[in-house]
Design a protein around this ligand. Structure first.
Ligand code: NAG
Ligand code: NAG
Ligand code: NAG
Ligand code: NAG
Length: 565
């Protein structure tokens, strides 16, 4: 809900907002002069102190101010200023937050405006402050803010059938870490051109909603949709890397804005050993993936029914805005049909571990909660292939799969689509990329296996391997080796591959019996690794069995690149 943004805005900027107010001239002259003096004192201290403090020879990267003193000073200043902030900010919040409110309004409501908004008498407390070592052209400050306020906020909500509901927001408890960036640094007072601020981390946000003279349950689902709306609105409008920029000295600050910096291509290949959430049968897993947890920027895979080792083989593209801090988050759910899906587990990976232009093949282990690592039960693993391509590097990075084709067609796409929004960039990128077809010959040598499970009464097995190319639908078999758990086949098969980027290679080990066969595990891989390495030998653990490893040698011989138009 907008008020939170407003509060965030109020609290977040801390002195940033105070400065803004001063410069926007929203308050009377006398008060403005008082405020200006305070702000001037503070900013002078900040810039000069910081410049002194930040000489890297003398101080470690995390320079802590004389913590207690600074906090005491800040909090007492804030307390003194709070009545003015409250008065001035209320209007500012109303006018800046109502449009946000409108944008995120749940469909079940016809309108949503502020009826009353004051921030109350309790000022937020700064509970921590530090300066982060960064490049010399900027000063980055992070402050932790805690607010158990007594604001008076009433929303005027109208439903489509014309019912007006005054909804009161009560008992707000908020803790968050705000980042404030002074950039660019200039010589003229107050030493910086603009202030940017952002909610770096939301630690805690509680509040209760109450219909004045009524009950929230009048409109079914109202409480939940308002709750969702709050989370989306905060995420989309103020949570890092989204930032607000307040120009202090006139100038062009467009380079401070958040912009798409690159594309992350994610191939969701498969998962294994997912924990079962169903009493009858097995889970029906699907995955949801996002970088920013906004509903319209979250991608969802297909549901694979009744399967704890699903193969998804789906590719998703994500716009990356800040590769140094953003993560890809993945959640795997059991699809429960009409009921809400049940979480099986989640995982995340920071973008900054990916070398631009290099494919990374990952098996991520699922956990229950990314924040709290208390529950360490094994929930399964998910296999992803990740490729991060920053914009504007087309001449420096070659396509990892073939130097004849540009790394991504992203750059070219971006050139004529700079005005498009994020979803257009993502869509056009995937369309272009699917035009790239890689053909060639893959030689697969099934070398040997070791420590296979016992299937026969004799304490041995008669193993053989079925090798299949899933997309092409071709299948070959090794010979059967009698009575061994450590067979050496050393047999080579050649496959003509028509679309290597989208193939899956499946190895299934069976025990030969006079009647039928017994399954002894499998290993599934994409061709990504062999495309990158050309020739690879490795030993792979079999899935779906208690023991067993398979030694393979793969060789790739590419054919000239073709592109469908
Ligand atoms: C997501 O929704 C927000 C709010 O409705 C909108 O501003 C934004 O453009 C949408 N983004 C995408 C990628 O569709
Ligand atoms: C994987 O997905 C791609 C793109 O949807 C498709 O062309 C290909 O046939 C799939 N491969 C397999 C092995 O199912
Ligand atoms: C394996 O055993 C079967 C009979 O059980 C026999 O027909 C076959 O020749 C044996 N193969 C080898 C390679 O010894
Ligand atoms: C597999 O066969 C090749 C030649 O066909 C031979 O050089 C190699 O030593 C064999 N490897 C094993 C493990 O038997």
């Amino acid at each position: 809900m907008g008020f939170v943004i407003g509060i965030v805005l109020g609290v977040a900027s801390g002195f940033g907002l105070i400065m803004a107010l001063v410069y926007y001239g929203n308050i009377r002259a006398k008060r403005r002069a008082d405020l200006a003096a305070t702000v001037a004192a503070f900013s002078r201290m900040t810039v000069q102190d910081a410049r002194k403090l930040l000489t890297p020879e003398e101080y470690p990267p995390w320079v802590i101010f004389p913590q207690m003193e600074k906090l005491k000073w800040l909090n007492s200043q804030l307390e003194k200023l709070w009545p003015y902030i409250n008065e001035a900010a209320s209007e500012l919040i109303k006018s800046s937050v109502e449009p946000v409110l409108e944008q995120y309004r749940p469909v079940i409501l016809a309108s949503m405006t502020f009826k009353k908004l004051t921030l109350g008498t309790v000022a937020p407390q700064f509970t921590g402050i530090c300066i982060i070592d960064s490049d010399p052209g900027e000063i980055i400050m992070e402050m932790e803010v805690q607010w158990d306020g007594n604001p008076n906020i009433v929303l005027d909500v109208k439903t489509h059938v014309g019912v007006a509901l005054p909804i009161q927001v009560k008992n707000i408890g908020f803790t968050g870490l705000f980042r404030i960036i002074f950039k660019p640094l200039v010589d003229e007072f107050p030493c910086f051109g603009a202030v940017s601020y952002s909610l770096r981390k939301k630690k805690d946000l509680d509040f209760t909603l109450k219909v004045i003279g009524g009950d929230m349950s009048i409109v079914p689902g109202l409480s939940d949709s308002i709750d969702n709306m709050i989370r989306d609105a905060i995420e989309d409008s103020i949570t890092w890397p989204v930032r607000k920029i307040i120009p202090i000295i006139p100038g062009d600050y467009s380079d401070l804005e958040l912009k798409p910096r690159g594309i992350l291509e994610v191939k969701l290949v498969q998962a294994k050993d997912l924990s079962n959430k169903d009493l009858i049968g097995k889970s029906d897993p699907f995955a949801s993936l996002f970088i920013r947890p906004l509903r319209n920027r979250t991608k969802k895979s297909k549901t694979i029914n009744n399967q704890l080792n699903p193969i998804w083989n789906e590719t998703f593209d994500f716009v990356v805005e800040d590769p140094s801090t953003q993560h890809l988050t993945l959640r795997v759910y059991d699809d429960e049909g009409l009921q809400p899906p049940q979480l099986i587990g989640c995982a995340h990976i920071p973008i900054n571990v990916l070398e631009p232009g290099k494919v990374k093949i990952e098996w991520l282990t699922l956990v229950k909660d990314l924040e709290v690592q208390r529950d360490t039960k094994y929930r399964g693993q998910v296999n992803l292939e990740l490729l991060y391509c920053p914009f504007g590097t087309e001449n420096q990075i070659l396509n990892p799969f073939s130097s004849n084709v540009p790394l991504t067609n992203v750059e070219r796409v971006l050139k004529d689509t700079t005005d498009d929004d994020v979803s257009d960039i993502e869509r056009k990128t995937s369309e272009k990329k699917h035009e790239v077809i890689l053909r060639g010959v893959l030689s697969v040598t099934v070398v040997s296996a070791e420590n296979l499970p016992v299937m026969d009464l004799t304490g041995k097995s008669d193993p053989y391997v079925v090798v299949s190319m899933k997309k092409a639908g071709t299948k070959v078999k090794t010979r059967v080796l009698n009575e061994t758990l450590n067979p050496v086949w050393n047999q080579t098969f050649d496959f003509v591959v028509e679309d290597a980027l989208h193939e899956l290679l499946i190895f299934e080990v069976y025990d030969h019996d006079t009647i039928g066969k017994n399954y002894m595990g499998r290993y599934i891989m994409t061709l990504t690794r062999v495309l990158l390495e050309g020739d690879l030998y490795d030993v792979f653990d079999l899935d779906g069995t208690k023991s067993g490893r398979l030694a393979l040698n793969l060789k790739w011989t590419p054919q000239p690149i073709m592109r469908d138009v």
